[in-house]
Design a protein around this ligand. Sequence first.
Ligand code: NAP
Length: 275
Amino acid sequence: MDGNSDALTILLTGASGGIGSALAHTLATRGHRLLLQGRNKTALEQLCNSLPGQHRHQVLVADLCNRQQRATLVKTCSDLPGGLDVLINNAGIARFALLADTDDVAMQSILETNLLVPMALTRDLLPLLQCSHRGAVINIGSAFGHIGHPGFSIYGASKSGLHGFTEALRRELGDSQVKVHYLAPRAVDTSLNTEAVVGLNRALGNRSDSPQQVARQCVALLEGRRSARRFMGWPERLFIKVNALLPFLVDTALVKKMPVIRRFAEQNQVHGDMP
Ligand SMILES: NC(=O)c1ccc[n+]([C@@H]2O[C@H](COP(=O)([O-])OP(=O)(O)OC[C@H]3O[C@@H](n4cnc5c(N)ncnc54)[C@H](OP(=O)(O)O)[C@@H]3O)[C@@H](O)[C@H]2O)c1
């Protein structure tokens, strides 16, 4: 790998997205070899061509919700001559809507993409990761997985589930070489967030981070000595602790914001919201 003995081979899901692209640039700059996964071949190829050491990287087009395409992706990873070191479960979708306005299709698609897929992919790639002496999984969660937020009940449930999965797996693999990390960003400036979500965040005074800030936190996890979890943003980190200890305080604060949340949720309904 270009003579860099610290270089890792990393499968990055959702590489074409906002956080995925920033992560790809940060990781490629550090000399790692990337398997760039997504559904949009053109976007992935453009990304690949823009990365340092573009010849090291590979584009893997697959819809992760399609079992057959996922199996092909796993097979491609199994056939890599140098093996696979790291899986970053970053691909995800979101939907801002009240529960009453969420149909079965949306529910299933969010839970499948954000929770079932990372669990299945991790299981299927674990034998490969266990062959690496620097094997690691990084799951990208969300602050909404730790603070139940009105309008994001299904998305929050999917990320809450992802955190529970990560925590159990971290312990299950605690006596192995594979590290299991979890990163929960707050709002990030990407196209995952519709105009209504951006408007809601502005109205509620919620701050956001750049995808590059998320990428830096992710790399810090990767370069850390042990399995870890990180929550991004202040005061979000404090709110997460308050919510765990005194949830009724957060209930009261968020219930007061329901008229604003309802207004933006309605706006989202009108303008469409599945990015
Ligand atoms: N943006 C935020 O405010 C925020 C905050 C906290 C956490 N997060 C989490 O960060 C992660 C990345 O989000 P982002 O903001 O970068 O979103 P994004 O810009 O919308 O990118 C999402 C990525 O996921 C891929 N993807 C979605 N469904 C897929 C499927 N079925 N099969 C394969 N790939 C699929 C998309 O690929 P295509 O190009 O094929 O669509 C895209 O590359 C997500 O897990 C999200 O929940 C985001």
